[in-house]
Design a protein around this ligand. Structure first.
Ligand SMILES: [Cu+2]
Length: 67
């Protein structure tokens, strides 16, 4: 399943790394594509969206919107 999220507090590549690690800790097969300019994060994962957004929020980056 492809998720597209908006993470407003993602400011630099270190943030993107943290988010990527949070997602891959939940689902090692996930692919994460973060766009710092638009604050969008595209995630291809088999995990439910609620689990993925919870993992990102737990890493310190609240998800404002699921597109
Ligand atoms: Cu950062």
């Amino acid at each position: 399943m492809m998720l597209e999220l908006i993470v407003p507090s993602m400011a630099c590549s270190a943030c993107a790394d943290t988010i990527t690690k949070a997602v891959t800790a939940l689902d090692p097969t996930a692919t994460v594509e973060a766009d710092l300019k638009t604050k969008r994060v595209k995630i291809e994962t088999l995990k439910p969206a609620a689990e993925v957004t919870a993992a990102i929020a737990a890493a310190g980056y609240p998800v404002s919107l699921r597109v």
